[in-house]
Each structure stands twice: as C-alpha cells, then as structure tokens.
Design a protein around this ligand. Structure first.
Ligand SMILES: [Zn+2]
Length: 487
C-alpha cells in the first residue's frame, strides 16, 4: 500500500487510474496539498500533512483512519461532504444506511435524478439495534460522499425523535432535519370510541368550537367538514400532539436561528389519519405559528416494512389527493414513511404530489446487503436464516407484519444458487427485515459477535456488488416515482 501511495504521489496525483487501490473520484487537490481515499484491508483517507487530519505520518503524508475527527475535518475543508437543509426542496428521499456502507450505492442511484437525497437517516430504535451513534451515521455519509465525489446537497435526518434530549443530540451532531414523532401525544383510543364515548370524553373548548364545529373549509378542490363527532374526536386525538409540536417547533425550528428543517410525523398511530383530521392538525399548527417543511400522516391501507403496499390502491389515491391539497394549502410537502418497496403506488405518489414529496426508505438497503450474503457466502446466510427464525417471536413484538411466516421458504432443501431468490418473497423479506438488530448484535459465549464481523468482511469484499444492487433497487423506486409527473 505504501509503495502504491508513494508512486501516486511521485506522479503528482495525476495518474489515479493506474492505481486501482485509489478511489479515482476521491482525489481532491486543496491548499497546495491533496486528499484522497484508498482501499486496502480497509478504506483509509490519505492527506498531505498540515491539512489538519490525524493519522500515521509517512514522509509528509498521513494515512488517516475513517474516524470522527477526520470526518469533521473533511466537512470543514470540503463543505460538500457536510449535510445541508434539503427538505424544503421540491422532492427528496430519505435513504437511511443502517450499516454505514450503503451510501456509495445510493449515490449511484441518484446520479440521474434531481431529487435531493437524505443519506443519513436513523431513528433512535435503529441506533440501538445497530449499536451505532449519530456521529458514526453522519461520518459514514461524509466519507462516502467524499469517496464518490458527490457534489450535490444531501440531508441528514434524526428520524422519529420524541424528546428534547434526542433532538439536541442530533442537532449538535449537525443533522439538518429532525422528524418529530408525535405518537406519544396522540390519543389512539379516541379513534375507535363510540359517538357516546367521544361525547363523554370531550372537554368543551369554546374557542375551538367557534372555529370548527359545524363548519366547512375549502381546500383546493375539496371541502373538509366538521360535524360534532368529527370535531370532538379530532380534539381528543390531536390536541396534545399540537401542543407538543408547537413547543418543540418554537424551541428549535422557529426563525433564523433554526439549524435544521422540521418534519412532523403523526404516522405511528393505530388508525388512519382522515383528511378532516389532517386538516384539523395542520390548521391548529398553523394557528400556533408552526411551519413544518413536511408532514407525515398515516395513510389508509398498510405500509408494512419491506413489502408492497397492502390495501385499496384506488382509495389510497383518492385520499392522497386530499392530503396533498391540505399540505399545499398550509405550505408544506407530504411525507410518506415506510416507503421502500411500495411499487404499486409510486406512480400515484409522483402524480398526486406533482413531484413534490418526501419519501423515506430504510430497511430495504439492509435486505439488499443480505442478498449479497446469500449469493456470496451461502453458508453464513444459512446460519443467519436459522438464527432469524429462532428470534422471530421476540422480533414480532416490535414490528407489525401480517405476512404468514409459517410459509417461510424451507432453506435446507434449497441449492446455494437459489438462496437470494427467496428474498423476492414477502415472507423471507419480512423475516430478515424485522430481525436485523438481533442479527447484528448477537454475541457468542465469549462476548464476540456471532455474525457482525463476518458480515462486514463480506460486505467489504463485495462492496461493488452491493453498490450495483442498490443502484438497481433504489433506482427502480426513483424511476417509478418519476413516471408519475413531468417536470
Ligand atoms: Zn414513520
């Protein structure tokens, strides 16, 4: 490795293509020096001494590990490697990279589309499951963006955060958007109360009654009406959530001191957000001066992880049209969560939003990583598959899935070359999706990771294969979304 670097440096950094170990696109000349990345036993940054990086000195050059200190320095020297506020742009996609290795493939998928990517996107639950920190999540995106020389703005999303502490943590790390999860302040039981129960639970509020009770509102081509039950139910479900969102907004996202964009999510609830409820929530926020960039309602039908949309596509389109009209009325974009692999509705989302949307995907990149293992390391895949089945009952307590897992493919009778095909079926997809945290964190009796290190070694060895699969898979999402609008 040293001789490779030396020969490259002796040639004035102009002949990267002669050295396969050098990431060709990463070579950047700056302040009379150079910074680039190489692939050895691991990826490393190489930088002229004196540029402020830390690493092992090699005759005036530093071999730098991909750590937090060096990522911070990279973001200062090369601002395109730092995240930006992109949520206010026309269209954006949250990718999420739970493993810290997916961004090069995501970048390839985005090269030919103008949507703004949010490469770093992680919820607290995902951080815990993957044993990572927000610093690591962002640093991985920074190094990947530098390595691939991706010079368009990208975002970083502190996803589904529920309290001040977590929001401050993400903001202090430099995240450029926060998804505020209001679910703990939404009263779920009110959605299914009988009319009498609603009547009994409702606390009279003269000001709100004056504004909504028995009133209708024109929103684009639609009219939203509040009869007594609709109004009182909406109060019960959303009043606390409105107060919570307003408090958070005015503390962190109001005015020119805001460091990040705000998405408000009310999607993690037991019942669908009706258009009237969406209007009520949005109108109340508006009255309190809350201006989110995006809002995620819970749409009709089911958005289960890693499988296509479950529900009536026609009904979804009808309701989406009203949700979009409400969003336009209040000046934000609609956000669609659990948006990976929903191939039957991308066209509709693109069309009804006229290309103005935020869509989040996350787990699907993990499944692509597992399909690499199925093809390249079938023995390891078989071990993991058996393990996933053993922890399934526990995992099902954290995720709602309806796939019949008794129909899981029988792996013992499958040939190695058939293994990756099982990931085209819903059963295996959902099994491996909801057990990802268990697979990554399981340890043996000596306290060593059971699978994690072997998985990462494979993913590093087959990095290009993984990037190709992601380019194809995420590219398919983008292609179908773009079919729905022309701009
Ligand atoms: Zn969500």
């Amino acid at each position: 490795m040293r001789t490779v670097i030396q020969a490259f440096l002796d040639g004035g950094c102009k002949n990267a293509q002669e050295f396969p170990a050098i990431y060709q696109q990463s070579v950047n000349l700056i302040n009379g020096g150079a910074v680039f990345m190489i692939r050895g036993d691991e990826d490393l940054l190489v930088a002229t001494d004196g540029l402020g990086f830390c690493g092992e000195n090699m005759g005036g050059w530093l071999l730098c590990p991909l750590n937090h200190e060096n990522a911070q320095r990279l973001r200062v020297l090369f601002p395109f490697t730092a995240p930006s506020r992109v949520l206010g742009e026309k269209r954006s996609l949250g990718l999420g990279d739970r493993l810290g290795i997916a961004t090069p493939g995501h970048i390839r998928a985005f090269r030919q589309y103008d949507a703004y990517p949010v490469f770093a996107q992680q919820s607290m639950r995902e951080l815990v499951f993957t044993e990572r920190t927000y610093e690591e999540v962002l640093d991985c995106a920074t190094f990947a963006v530098f390595r691939e020389n991706f010079r368009r703005p990208f975002g970083a999303d502190g996803d589904h955060l529920k309290n001040d502490r977590d929001i401050e943590y993400a903001l202090n790390c430099g995240f450029t958007m926060i998804t505020l999860d209001c679910s703990e302040h939404i009263r779920n039981d009110a959605a299914t109360m009988s009319a009498d129960e609603v009547e009994a639970a409702y606390v009279p509020n003269a000001a709100l009654e004056e504004k909504y009770l028995g009133k209708s509102f024109k929103v684009g081509n639609y009219t939203v009406s509040f009869d007594s039950d609709t109004f009182k139910r909406a109060c019960l479900i959303y009043n606390d959530a409105v107060a919570f969102a307003a408090k958070i907004y005015h503390k962190y996202f109001d005015g020119k001191n805001a460091k990040a964009d705000l998405e408000i999510s009310i999607d993690e609830t037991s019942d669908t957000t009706t258009p009237a409820q969406h209007f009520f929530f949005a109108d109340r926020l508006n009255a309190m001066g809350v201006k989110p960039c995006t809002l995620a309602p819970r749409f009709c039908g089911e958005f289960q992880k890693a499988v296509d949309y479950i529900g009536d596509v026609g009904e979804f389109e009808k309701e989406l049209a009203v949700h979009v009209a409400i969003a336009e009325h209040f000046g934000y974009k609609i956000s669609v969560h659990s948006g990976s692999d929903k191939f039957s509705i991308y066209n509709i989302i693109g069309k009804q939003t006229k290309g103005h949307f935020h869509l989040k995907t996350a787990g699907t990149s993990w499944l692509e990583a597992m399909s690499v293992i199925a093809d390249k390391d079938p023995a390891l895949y078989r071990e993991i598959y058996a393990f996933a089945i053993s922890v399934l009952p526990d995992a099902k307590m954290h995720y709602h899935i309806s796939t019949d897992l008794t129909k899981l493919p029988e792996i013992d009778t499958m040939k190695d070359e058939e293994l990756s095909h099982m990931l085209e079926g819903n059963e295996a997809r959902q099994l491996l999706h909801i057990t990802f945290g268990y697979i990554l964190s399981e340890k043996d009796s000596n306290g060593e990771y059971l699978f994690r290190n072997r998985l990462y070694a494979d993913w590093f060895a087959y990095a290009d294969e993984y990037a190709q699969r992601l380019e194809k898979h995420i590219g398919k999402h983008l292609a179908m979304l773009y079919l729905g609008f022309d701009e």
